[in-house]
Design a protein around this ligand. Structure first.
Ligand code: NI
Length: 178
């Protein structure tokens, strides 16, 4: 298994609309295993293939405390949306930023498992929110798109500044290593 690099906002590749998975082969198996490893390493509760620059309709989720209940959704479709809930969300592609997003409180989703089998699942609470958040990624959408333009611009600037500080620190460390 290999850790994959997670793209960060405002990387334009995060805006790509993912294509359906049509072949359930060794490549998909490897992608799933890598994505789960990347998710647990981060650590996070959900990761869409879009975030690791693979534009296929595949997401992995694990909302369990012990990180032992992985859920793989391939070609997911939401069949039913019910109720409303506001949750403080974050995203591995928008590091360190959290804000409240309104979504359906309960959903029914149809998807394929890693072997291609079709299944349906009822999701509520955090799991329902997570599935909706990850499915947005497959459409090239981020949770910050649910916020105001002003807030999104502030977040973009903040992350930009942090990235610059990080690369300056790396450059200094490289010099002193000589
Ligand atoms: Ni996300």
């Amino acid at each position: 298994m290999t850790l994959r690099t997670i793209l960060e906002f405002p990387d334009p590749r995060l805006r790509t609309r993912a294509q359906p998975v049509t072949r359930f082969d060794a490549g998909v198996e490897r992608l799933i295993d890598d994505m789960l490893e990347t998710l647990y390493d981060a650590p996070g509760i959900g990761l869409a293939a879009t975030q690791v620059d693979v534009h296929q309709r595949l997401i992995v989720i694990d909302v369990s405390q012990a990180h032992n209940e992985p859920l793989v959704l391939i070609n997911p479709q939401i069949l039913v949306l019910e109720g409303e809930t506001s949750t403080e969300e974050g995203c591995l592609s928008v590091p360190g930023i959290f804000d409240t997003v309104k979504r359906a409180a309960r959903i029914r989703v149809r998807a394929q498992a890693r072997d291609g089998t079709v299944f349906e699942r009822e999701c509520a609470d955090l799991l329902a929110v997570c599935v909706q958040h990850e499915m947005d990624h497959l459409e090239g959408k981020l949770f910050v798109d649910h916020l105001s333009n002003l807030k999104r611009e502030r977040i973009r600037k903040k992350l930009d500044k942090e990235r610059k500080t990080r690369s300056r620190r790396r450059a200094t460390a490289a010099r002193s290593a000589l």
